[in-house]
Design a protein around this ligand. Sequence first.
Ligand code: GLA
Length: 381
Amino acid sequence: MRIAKHADEGSFVSSLCEGASVVMQEPTAKVSVLCDGFGSLPTGESVQRFVLENGILSVGLISHGARLASLWAPDRTGKRANLILGCETLSGYLNAHDAYLGATCGRFANRIAEASIEIDGILYPLSANENGLHTLHGGALGFDSRVWKATTLEDGVRFSLVSEDGDQGFPGTLHAEVTYRLCDGSLRIQYEYVSDRPTVANLTNHAYFNLSGEGSGTICEHTLSIAARAFLPVDESFLPTGEIAPVENTIFDFRRAVAMGERLGRNDSQLQINRGFNHTFVLATQDLPAAVLCCPLTGRKMTVLTTEPGIHLYTAGFLDGSIHGPSGRPYGKEAGLCLETQRFPDSPHQPQFPSTYLRAGEVYRSETVFEFTTFEFQDEN
Ligand code: GLA
């Protein structure tokens, strides 16, 4: 499998437009899709849970936050574990709001400085949900807090949401769809959104992965590679400084696989500010996987492919043990890591970043694939 701007002959290409899909082989394993209730919010809105199963992977999704709640994948001996940090109950997710566990983040993932944007000469104040100063993950009532409408498909679930004009301060009514599909050993996430007025939008998924299983310790033994020649340094507010800095000769060079523990242990001011990595990497090309995460202990390997130009690595430095997962064990610092595919944080204020401006009626499409395989030898990557 690879990512391509153009379809390969003989490959299966989804109905997404050119440049917005990951090219994949036709799946062979049949998918079953089950649905049940997952409680209701204090407002009375009921939440649905879905389980996609194809004999290789089993994926749990919930309509609150169009959320990836669990993903069971085999290790090198065939034994499955749940690799996603999550909660057993809906109230667990509500209490863990600030962690954005597995959620779809929007209308604008990550930060917008000073909680305001200017579009076509008009200034729009936004929800200032980070210290009353900045906007984080779309505002106080971001897409992670909404109950999405769900439609089951042959191989997955499509979640849709209407975000009204003025929602969290953003102009334009935005219709958003997030589709999860199982494709043999891969989970595909497709995004599609359109607004009736000019706006900005940037959606991602905030799943925390631990390839030895949620609640089984830290990701320090994992190795990670990221196909990025540059990254975005941040200031004390975790906002990009605007610089697109080369990774060469820095701790941000992940072009060859590195052990996470070794990197996280380095004495570096960027790591100190963020309690680890909390940085966007600028992807070099769509022809390579964006990132490869390996767990030498279990032999599990996750390959991330995306049509997005950036990937935000967050090593969960702010998890403090107050959230307990389905395993019952607490999630502390580095209990998982997020690989959030997206355009860049604070783009509306940084003209040198890829644009997140969405014209009225323009449909934005993107796709990210998380592929799960296993390896026998510790040195494979
Ligand atoms: C993102 C941010 C982090 C943190 C988490 C949520 O990844 O970049 O700083 O806010 O979300 O806890």
